[in-house]
Design a protein around this ligand. Structure first.
Ligand SMILES: NC(=O)c1ccc[n+]([C@@H]2O[C@H](COP(=O)([O-])OP(=O)(O)OC[C@H]3O[C@@H](n4cnc5c(N)ncnc54)[C@H](OP(=O)(O)O)[C@@H]3O)[C@@H](O)[C@H]2O)c1
Length: 295
């Protein structure tokens, strides 16, 4: 019998992930705080929970894919939250990007109730979520990782086992530090190019031919060329992630001066109301600060 999955959080990432589980033959019931997003998936054949309880009861696995620490805490240990309804042996899999400390605290709260909770955030944006091309970064018991392999394979091209609870969340901060800095680096190069008066399209051609090119640059190129930034990965989430990186660095003594500087750019963009746009909008922020007006 295929696993019964309760999927909570149908944002830019959660919706395509839930659809891929459904397509792979899992028995998926979806729930979202804003009910309209669940209704859309109902039209595609997924079961829509009538309540959070409905999404959690009698499931083999419950997945959460939510914005940030606050949302995950509220949903899992808040009043009327997931743990109020969950019973062993259902496994709780949080795939959101949150602090490793919060992942561990929540896993402990679950453990006290006899529930196994693991962290399994993902690398890859909406395009990877849609094509089941995510990389799943796992922290938790090894035997549970093995048990969830088929489910992860329905959403991703690879699953990586990092170790005990919190390790998946740590790995996610490692990769997103690089992502945030890459966007900052591309943006700064492009700002200099604008100031030189170089043609942006030709500069992007050069970047894509150079050794520093990356698939990421290809994904973001349309936004950088047109200065339109529909959110695949909202800037507010990258701002959150770099904040989590710096918080961890404060505790463990990592010296990350360039990350701290990049965080300032993302903060400035937040201050200017760009939070809901794609993270690539940090380029627009730097252009603006450099006195270059929108084309
Ligand atoms: N987008 C990406 O490229 C990407 C890539 C890798 C990882 N991530 C991470 O994956 C997670 C989800 O990202 P996303 O892009 O899908 O975000 P999103 O589009 O902003 O969706 C966020 C989801 O969280 C729910 N939510 C927020 N606050 C809540 C609360 N207090 N209670 C209940 N539900 C709440 C939202 O519900 P409503 O619909 O009701 O607002 C929505 O379902 C984030 O941690 C992000 O950092 C994103």
């Amino acid at each position: 019998m295929s696993k019964r999955i309760g999927f909570i959080g149908l944002g830019n990432m959660g919706s395509p992930m839930a659809i891929n589980l459904h397509k792979a033959g899992f028995d998926v019931t979806v729930y979202n705080r804003t009910a309209d997003k669940a209704k859309v998936l109902g039209e595609q054949g997924l079961q829509v929970a009538e309540s959070l309880e409905d999404a959690v009861r009698e499931k083999d696995v419950v997945i959460t894919m939510l914005s940030n620490d606050e949302a995950v805490e509220q949903m899992i240990v808040g009043d009327g939250g997931v743990l109020d309804y969950m019973e062993a042996p259902t496994i709780l899999v949080d795939m959101s990007t949150i602090s490793p400390d919060t992942s561990c605290t929540l896993a402990e709260a679950a453990r006290e109730m006899g529930i196994t909770m693991v962290d399994a955030p993902v690398s890859g944006s909406t395009n990877a979520a849609e094509s089941a091309g995510l990389v799943i970064l796992y922290g938790g018991p090894r035997d549970v990782f093995d048990e969830l392999a088929e489910m992860f394979a329905a959403m991703g091209k690879a699953s990586l086992y990092f170790g005990e609870n919190g390790s998946g969340s740590k790995a996610k901060l490692v990769i997103n530090l690089l992502l945030g800095m890459t966007m900052q680096g591309i943006s700064e190069s492009l700002v200099l190019a604008e100031k030189f008066g170089l043609e942006r399209t030709t500069v992007l051609d050069m970047m894509q031919q150079a050794a520093v090119s990356s698939p990421f640059l290809g994904f973001k190129r349309p936004s950088l060329e047109t200065e339109a930034y529909p959110a695949a990965f909202a800037l507010k989430h990258m701002h959150k992630d770099l904040g989590l990186v710096l918080e961890q660095a404060r505790h463990n003594g990592s010296i990350l001066p360039a990350t701290a500087a990049a965080y300032q750019s993302y903060t400035a963009a937040m201050n200017h109301g760009l939070d809901e746009q794609d993270m690539a909008v940090v380029f627009a922020e730097l252009l603006n600060q450099s006195g270059v007006s929108k084309k």
